[in-house]
Design a binder for this molecule. Structure first.
Ligand SMILES: C[S@@+](CC[C@H](N)C(=O)[O-])C[C@H]1O[C@@H](n2cnc3c(N)ncnc32)[C@H](O)[C@@H]1O
Length: 258
């Protein structure tokens, strides 16, 4: 009998077929406290990173965004709100947002009539590897702090490109590796010593946060991940580091319809 291939789940190796269920377990467990914990863990900096990403994405009226592994939907709200600021000056249609996530608990935890307001925002359960959208559908596809949880990242990158219209833009925000040694060491010490304990106190689940920090360490470095975007067919691929490389925004374009 041939042994099933394994894949990283944090620092653990698990059979490929088991990773998705394990990841689902993590996010089921943290869903209701996810936003609170995100703020606590990053000391609010994840909001700044998302604002910096939005400045780069430059949302426009009438555009459609698909935010993959979108969790509670904050990036989609930022996108629609920014497009609206442009629309009140220049006119056009409101932007539309689709938040898609494999985990219904995360989507449900994000529903907030006050924050959602009159935004044209749809939540759809779906896997990043086989997205529930037609070809050439979106002007912008984003994935923020999601790709490292996906079992087959190459497959997900290809499918996110498929969903983009020709000329559409793709952005991936993800924890990364600071190139400076002292910052890397400081960040490692903070991640491994503080985050799981903080997760334990705030959510009662330190194990899920242990997985999150381990999964960050296993994720490819900036250059390698840029290569994965190119292999998936994206053009004009580039990235910028945020906070010395603790986080990085990668982007690429879909040139041509196929
Ligand atoms: C760390 S959260 C990020 C949420 C949100 N994008 C943000 O920036 O705060 C990771 C999300 O990825 C989702 N996820 C994990 N694997 C996925 C997959 N294969 N397809 C779609 N979503 C997935 C999880 O359910 C979770 O909501």
């Amino acid at each position: 009998m041939t042994k099933e291939k394994t894949i990283d789940f944090g620092f653990e190796d698990v059979p490929v077929s088991e990773k998705a269920a394990k990841v689902r377990g993590v996010f089921d467990s943290v869903a209701s406290k996810y936003d609170l914990m995100n703020d606590a863990m990053s000391m609010g900096v994840h909001r700044v990173w998302k604002d910096m990403a939005m400045a780069k994405i430059n949302p426009q009226p009438g555009e459609i965004i698909v935010d993959v592994a979108g969790g509670t939907g904050d990036l989609t709200r930022k996108f629609i709100a920014r497009a609206e600021q442009v629309r009140v000056r220049r006119g056009g249609k409101p932007a539309r947002g689709f938040v898609t996530d494999i985990n219904a608990e995360m989507l449900l935890a994000g529903i907030d009539p006050k924050k959602d307001g009159a935004m044209d925002m749809t939540r759809v359960c779906g896997d990043a590897q086989t997205l529930p959208f037609p070809d050439n559908f979106a002007d912008v596809v984003t994935i923020s702090f999601g790709i490292r949880n996906v079992t087959d990242r190459d497959m997900a990158l290809r499918d996110m490109r498929r969903v983009l219209k020709p000329g559409g833009r793709f952005y991936c925000l993800e924890f990364s590796t600071p190139p400076t040694e002292w910052l890397r060491k400081f960040y490692d010490a903070y991640s491994f010593n503080v985050i799981p304990k903080m997760g334990g106190v705030l959510t009662g689940d330190s194990e899920s946060y242990q997985y999150l920090v381990e999964s960050i360490r296993k994720f490819p470095k900036q250059q390698e991940f840029a290569g994965m975007l190119r292999n998936a067919g994206f053009k004009r691929v580039n990235y910028e580091d945020y906070t010395g490389g603790v986080c990085a925004l990668h982007w690429g374009y879909k040139i041509g319809a196929a």
